[in-house]
Design a protein. Structure first.
Length: 156
């Protein structure tokens, strides 16, 4: 697909983090998360960056995967991985097509947050991301509250 090497390496790092986070949802060798789905979704989450590096890369990526006949659960991970999700009241502001951009399944949430906690190929913590988003969006932006909520839900 002509994906740049830095995006491939980033996706590998996100995959590693996502699989690590998935271990929080396992006990006695029982998994409450679909590890293959997490792995595949994490590797493909930024496929839209082959065409654009804007926030629309999630929509473009979902369309690419749809055209390649990927299952909906993989397409949805790609579509919903932006930040900690985009609620309906922010869609128009961001000029992306109407749709559901909020991660709802455990696998969607894990990949989205693993992406949040991966800066390039380096793992970062919630404080790093909070400071980065605050600088870019302002300290009271609703996405920061969603980020912190997702972190509390997934980081055990």
């Amino acid at each position: 697909m002509g994906c740049p090497n830095n995006i491939i390496e980033h996706s590998k790092a996100v995959t590693k983090k996502a699989l690590q986070m998935s271990s929080n949802f396992m006990d006695n060798n029982n998994s409450y998360v679909d590890l293959k789905l997490v792995e595949t979704g994490a590797m493909l989450h930024d496929i839209g960056r082959t065409k654009t590096h804007t926030i629309k890369h999630a929509v473009v990526g979902a369309e690419i995967l749809k055209n390649l006949n990927f299952p909906d659960n993989i397409i949805n991970i790609t579509l919903k991985h932006i930040g900690a999700g985009i609620p309906s009241n922010e869609i128009e502001i961001l000029k992306i097509p109407p749709g559901d951009y909020m991660p709802s399944t455990l696998e969607e949430k894990i990949v989205a947050h693993a992406d949040n906690l991966t800066n390039g190929t380096k793992e970062v913590n919630i404080d790093f991301i909070t400071k980065k988003w605050t600088k870019k969006l302002g300290k009271n932006h609703s996405s920061i509250k969603r980020l912190k909520k997702l972190d509390k839900e997934l980081i055990i």
